[in-house]
Design a protein around this ligand. Structure first.
Ligand SMILES: O=C(O)[C@H](O)COP(=O)(O)O
Ligand SMILES: [Mn+2]
Ligand SMILES: [Mn+2]
Length: 546
């Protein structure tokens, strides 16, 4: 049981955590949609309330190195668990480096399954080195291992990124990889890219926002239906001419064919590895491969395959059944321990981030703890640069209603705007996204005051704080040939804010900045605000009681 705090009785009213997804602290105003936004409420918060910065990238959130940006999964895991676990990116890299992955039953079944059939392994996943959902080096290692174990053919189904990496970088990955595949295709081994498309166009939907994407992906990868090209790089070049201005993540699907025949449809007896390690965008396609009865779209033909995910994406649902590397065992989350203490908890976001404040928050578990209530506001299915306000107002409505109901001791929400609009690379829309969040904070905070509560306002990682690519050499914003700035769609390496909105303690409470303060210190801070000591496993609280 969590112990009652000896030094602080806890806030009488509700304790609220607001995650502004993708809101980092920019190093420079140039290129920051946050600096360019009109945000009087946030300006007042930074000027008048205790606030510090938190590390939200790299080793501080369980990534392999400090070159790795943060992301929603590792960020919400660290917030919710109050601890830092080695995350998928690190676990897979380590399993490959040590060779443990090849000794595991899942890899051996993938190889044995393929050999019992046509001896084909399909590798499907996000084709970049973003290290948010996947890493191309993991794919390369698996192709080589498959060859060395005597598999006859591999087929790669490449989801183009442009969201965790520069927005038109697909050829930087495809051309060297095609050369690599050509080089290893000898002595009876045949390795080719068979299909692909932009990750926000096909296959990688999340939280059931738009099953149509998965439907299109199935038709592309499994059935081999769609526009045909001679190679993936030729497809990308042609699609860029046909759809000018379309960035990689949005490119339409393509199928690689020879003499009119797709080179890599997925057939009975094949093996399939979905090589993303992150779960949110892996679950729907995995369900399409694994579920016997399935009503999300017409699969037309369901090949009988040996299927594995890089990790298990949902431990509660056991999805997928077979996986190459064990996921981090995230234990003792604040959701669990607050439930054990009998606290009522409310979580809300719109579809695009709903799982972030529920499933990621609770250590990648889809089942609720006792006393938790979840509310999902359905997201629009549109390009978010066209609706930068997204569902911020509706999330605020839900939070205000939940607050006023008096039913919840602690509440949390995620505003998707800074992140989802930041990923479009549209600077103007991103400023509006931040302005929308600011407007809604101005609605929620007075309600918290009226109830005698407090709020922690923070973020999971940066995004809208850096909307221009930074040139690696000069460290300055990079420019296009025409002199305009190069739009950046990915997350940033910047820290995030932690603001304590407190009008009830009379200045008794503050936040302690220290060199290692990070997202994993938030759980203990919330526990203290609720009047509890932190769980022994959680990183230290940042709350100062004067
Ligand atoms: O999945 C995505 O949209 C991006 O790769 C990462 O964004 P998120 O980590 O904020 O979800
Ligand atoms: Mn995020
Ligand atoms: Mn993001």
């Amino acid at each position: 049981m969590l112990q009652k705090s000896a030094s602080f009785p806890g806030i009488q009213g509700p304790v609220v955590t607001i995650v502004m997804d993708g809101y980092g602290i920019a190093r420079s105003d140039l290129g920051s949609a946050i600096a360019a936004a009109r945000k009087p409420t946030l300006d007042k918060l930074f000027a008048n309330y205790p606030n510090i910065t938190l590390r939200a990238h790299g080793i501080a959130v369980g990534m392999p190195s400090d070159e790795d940006m943060g992301n929603s999964e590792v960020g919400h895991n660290a917030i919710g668990a109050g601890q830092v676990y080695s995350q998928g990116a690190s676990l897979v890299a380590d399993a490959i480096a040590s060779g443990a992955i090849w000794q595991g039953a899942a890899w051996q079944q993938i190889v044995a399954g393929a050999k019992a059939g046509r001896s084909v392994i399909h590798f499907l996943g996000l084709f970049s080195d973003g290290n948010v959902h996947s890493h191309i080096d993991h794919l390369r290692a698996m192709v080589l291992r498959a060859r060395d174990e005597g598999v006859k053919a591999v087929r790669i189904h490449a989801l183009l990124d442009g969201r965790d990496v520069p927005e038109t970088s697909a050829l930087d990955y495809l051309l060297p990889f095609e050369a690599f595949l050509a080089e290893v295709s000898s002595g009876g081994f045949d390795a080719r890219i068979a299909s692909g498309g932009g990750r926000m166009n096909i296959t990688m939907d999340r939280y059931e926002a738009n099953w149509r994407m998965v439907d299109k992906g199935w038709h592309t990868h499994v059935l081999g239906e769609g526009d045909q090209y001679a190679s993936a790089s030729a497809a990308v070049e042609a699609l860029r001419v046909r759809f000018p201005g379309t960035i990689d993540q949005d490119l339409p699907p393509f199928v690689i064919a020879e003499n009119g025949q797709p080179v890599g449809t997925i057939e009975d007896g094949d093996s399939v590895v979905f090589f993303n390690f992150r779960g949110d965008r892996s679950i729907e396609i995995t369900r399409a491969f694994e579920e016997a009865t399935f009503d999300k779209f017409d699969r037309v033909r369901v090949p009988s395959v040996t299927y594995a995910g890089m990790l298990q994406y949902d431990g509660d649902l056991k999805l997928p059944r077979r996986f190459l590397v064990d996921p981090p065992a995230i234990l003792d989350t604040m959701g669990e321990w607050f439930a054990k203490a009998g606290l009522t908890q409310f979580a809300c976001s719109e579809t695009q981030k709903f799982g972030h404040v529920t499933y990621f928050w609770n250590g990648n578990r889809s089942n609720k703890f006792d006393g938790e209530t979840y509310q999902e506001v359905p997201s629009d299915v549109v390009p978010f640069e066209q609706r930068p306000w997204m569902k911020a107002a509706e999330i605020a409505d839900a939070m205000i209603e939940a607050l006023k109901s008096g039913q919840y001791r602690t509440l949390r929400c995620n505003f998707a705007n800074g992140d989802m609009v930041g990923h479009t690379g549209n600077f103007r829309a991103a400023t509006m996204a931040i302005e929308a969040v600011d407007l809604e904070l101005a609605r929620i905070l007075p309600v918290i005051d009226a109830l005698g509560g407090v709020a922690l306002i923070t973020a999971d990682h940066g995004n809208a704080d850096e909307m221009y690519e930074i040139d690696k050499k000069s460290k300055q914003p990079a420019k296009n040939a025409d002199g305009s700035f190069k739009a950046k769609t990915a997350h940033t390496l910047n820290p995030v804010p932690l603001i304590l909105y407190d009008n009830v303690s009379g200045g008794k409470l503050g936040l302690a900045q220290n060199a290692t303060a990070g997202l994993s210190n938030i759980a203990a801070t919330i526990a203290n605000l609720l009047g509890f000591e932190k769980h022994a496993k959680w990183d230290d609280s940042l709350l100062v009681v004067k």
